[in-house]
Design a protein around this ligand. Structure first.
Ligand code: ACO
Length: 308
């Protein structure tokens, strides 16, 4: 049996914060941010909108897009490092908000690779036949753990949510291969101690290597070649890291999703938000081979090769 995505949805907060806005509150410049990261603006949620609210908006759209109802969901997985609180989980809050049945619900902590971890966890429940529809959400309100006095990190992040319904799909479509991994020895380079703390250079080095390696690995595991890949959806952390993965796959620029300039790094939400944007724009077509790849605090990484 094949598992794949049958519905998608996203939520981006309305409030736009440009690089020029940040220039007014910290010692930075639009030029520095653009050239080092590719970010031009980001969306930040207002005080009334917490992680579970954004998860709900994206999940509701994904369920509608799948042509099912909340009653049809058999499991809820939420990838986030910025839950409303330690517990109850965002997944449990979402179960109630959606009016879903009293199904299995849990949060998953794998930082920016979280959505990859969520999709592959869902795949196992679908392919064993245990469940029919698993809702996977990647959501972050990073603005609440951002240290607005630290220009090294404050310019990088944004808030948002993306969601997918994972179900049985036509054989040959859906998830073809995956790679998930972790290296706790790198945990010291990116962590939360009330606020987010990062050693940018170390994370950069790791990300450039891992994004390329994992992308190539999933293609090989799927029995495909680089030229079979139609589209790359990398975690939107930094354009230079994304470019490194694209070059490793020898893909032309137009075959890589780029939303980092509009939304910044939204961690677990960045890959599903990009996937929704590309589908809305019509750049991903039926039968296309996609590679999705992410890395994050943990350190963690995850990549998926799939046929849309
Ligand atoms: N504006 C102006 N100057 C700045 C800013 C800023 N916002 N931030 C840092 N600088 C300065 C630094 O102080 C430094 O000055 P110095 O040389 O006088 O000390 C200078 O710019 C250069 O800093 P570098 O660290 O060398 O800049 P670099 O080219 O490495 O870019 C960056 C920094 C963008 C953070 C990069 O290292 C990076 O992208 N790292 C990976 C970050 C990432 O992807 N994190 C993912 C997190 S995922 C998750 O799990 C949440």
């Amino acid at each position: 049996m094949s598992a794949g995505i049958i519905g998608i949805g996203r939520y981006n907060p309305e409030r736009v914060v440009t690089n020029a806005d940040l220039e007014k509150i910290m010692d930075t410049s639009d030029e520095w941010i653009r050239t080092r990261t590719g970010i031009e603006e980001r969306r930040l949620a207002n005080d009334e909108t917490d992680t579970s609210d954004m998860a709900y908006y994206a999940a509701k759209k994904a369920i509608e897009n799948a042509g099912i109802t909340a009653e049809d969901i058999d499991m809820i997985l939420v990838a986030t490092v910025t839950p409303d609180q330690a517990f109850p989980s965002v997944a449990c809050m979402l179960q109630e908000k959606l009016g879903a049945k009293k199904v299995a619900a849990m949060d998953l902590s794998a930082a920016c690779a979280g959505f990859m971890y969520g999709l592959i966890t869902a795949q196992q429940f679908i392919e064993t036949g245990a469940y029919q529809n698993v809702l996977v959400v990647g959501v972050e309100k990073l603005s609440k753990i951002t240290d607005w006095n630290d220009r090294n990190t404050a310019v990088l992040f944004g808030d948002g949510a993306g969601a997918a319904v994972v179900s049985k799909v036509t054989p040959g479509k859906g998830f073809l291969a995956f790679e998930l991994g972790s290296d706790g020895s790198g945990g010291k380079h990116l962590y939360q101690d009330e606020k987010l703390i990062m050693n940018g250079r170390e994370v950069f080095k790791f990300a450039v290597r891992q994004m390329g390696e994992s992308s190539v690995n999933v293609i090989e595991k799927a029995g495909l070649k680089k030229e079979d890949v139609d589209y790359l959806i990398p975690h939107q952390a930094n354009i230079r890291i994304m470019e490194a993965a694209r070059e490793r796959l020898e893909l032309p620029v137009e075959k890589m999703s780029k939303t980092v300039h509009k939304y910044g790094n939204t961690s677990a939400a960045s890959i599903p938000i990009s996937l929704v944007e590309e589908l809305e724009a019509g750049t991903i077509k039926d039968g296309d081979v996609l590679v999705m790849v992410g890395f994050g605090g943990g350190l963690t990484w995850g990549a998926i090769a799939m046929r849309w």
